[in-house]
Write a protein that binds this ligand. Sequence first.
Ligand SMILES: [Zn+2]
Length: 84
Amino acid sequence: MSSKNVCYVCGSSDFDKRTVEYIYRRQGKYLIVRDVPCEVCLHCGERYYPGDSLLRIEERFREIYEQHALPADAIQVPIEAYVA
Ligand SMILES: [Zn+2]
């Protein structure tokens, strides 16, 4: 995992290592990946992911959508346009 010296957004140097839910979206298709390691800026909440984990998520996206690999789980998500 890469370590940041300072947050690119707010300049803070306080980070915490966590695992989070990552939502990958491309051309209207989604892949939710759980337990992705990242470092979170404790000041502004910006997340920093190691480059190899994002490559792995893209690879898994292609496996599922292009090569018909089975995901671990699947959900249906309701979608609405906001009406004031
Ligand atoms: Zn920050």
